[in-house]
Design a binder for this molecule. Structure first.
Ligand code: FAD
Ligand code: ZN
Length: 226
């Protein structure tokens, strides 16, 4: 109770399975007394491209554009575009970040990747010497909740799905100092029975009930590749 949660949601259709997972999380966490913020990226028409437009006013070096340097400098002087500042404010306030999305090409949809690229700027999320356990977004938790097209059985044969989580959980969240909870994966909602879908939705509700008692995973190579 009293915890703040930001759900970054990337699906175009509210009636989708991802939409149902979002709805459940908002309802259950609100019921627990958490305050829930949602960034509905498609509804917001969130800009996924990392461009010069993200910097308001003069550039640090107008001769040769370097996105990482320019956003860092802009962050320091309060010169990032409004949409980024708003997202950073939500991240700053949140105790827990939930990312809800369908798996696209073994990764997240471009609009969500764009959120990572643009929101987690140097100076805000990390600094040259402040990364991983020293990252700037400490004392926060993250949880990747996603759906797949492929079945659990196929993933078991074709390669452990944990490999895919290395860039997202370790390369992004852990890099920024955010602790990582077990991912929540709903396999193949399009291809299973209605009963199975209902079970998967009930399992998400159930997990959320005891979420705050969970310990973060050991986000080391062993967790992904052992
Ligand atoms: P939906 O189709 O929205 O939902 C499935 C079914 O659940 C629908 O019939 C819906 O009506 C129903 N439903 C919704 N809410 C409820 C409810 N409350 N109760 C009961 N039923 C409900 N998959 C992979 O495995 N690996 C990949 O690399 C991959 N790459 C992709 C790349 C692209 C560009 C695209 C478009 C897809 C890719 N996929 C991949 C497939 C994708 O991950 C799945 O299509 C997606 O995860 C399914 O989730 P959804 O929310 O869109 O499902
Ligand atoms: Zn890690």
């Amino acid at each position: 109770p009293g915890k703040k949660v930001l759900i970054v949601y990337a699906h175009q259709e509210p009636k989708s399975f991802n939409g149902s997972l979002l709805k459940i999380a908002v309802e259950e966490l609100t019921k627990q007394g958490c305050s829930v913020m949602v960034s509905d990226l498609y509804a917001m028409q969130f800009e996924p491209r990392a461009t010069r437009n993200d910097i308001v006013g003069h550039l640090h070096n107008s001769e040769a554009f370097n996105y990482a340097v320019e956003t860092w400098e802009a962050y320091k002087r309060g010169g990032l575009s409004k949409d980024l500042v708003e997202e950073q404010k939500k991240v700053q306030e949140a105790d827990l970040l939930i990312f809800q999305f369908p798996l696209f090409w073994f990764s997240m949809p471009a609009i969500l990747k764009g959120w990572m690229d643009r929101v987690l700027v140097q100076g805000f999320a990390y600094d040259l010497s402040k990364v991983y356990d020293g990252g700037l977004l400490q004392d926060k938790l993250s949880l990747f909740s996603f759906t797949t097209g492929g079945s659990k059985e196929k993933y078991a044969i074709r390669g452990d799905i944990r490999y895919l989580l290395w860039p997202m959980q370790h390369g992004i969240m852990h890099f920024c100092g955010v602790k990582v909870l077990e991912p929540h994966i709903c396999y193949a909602p399009e291809h299973v029975s209605e009963e199975n879908r209902k079970e998967m939705l009930a399992a998400w509700t159930q997990r959320l009930k005891t979420l705050w008692k969970e310990e973060p995973i050991d986000c080391s190579p062993e967790w992904y590749f052992k």
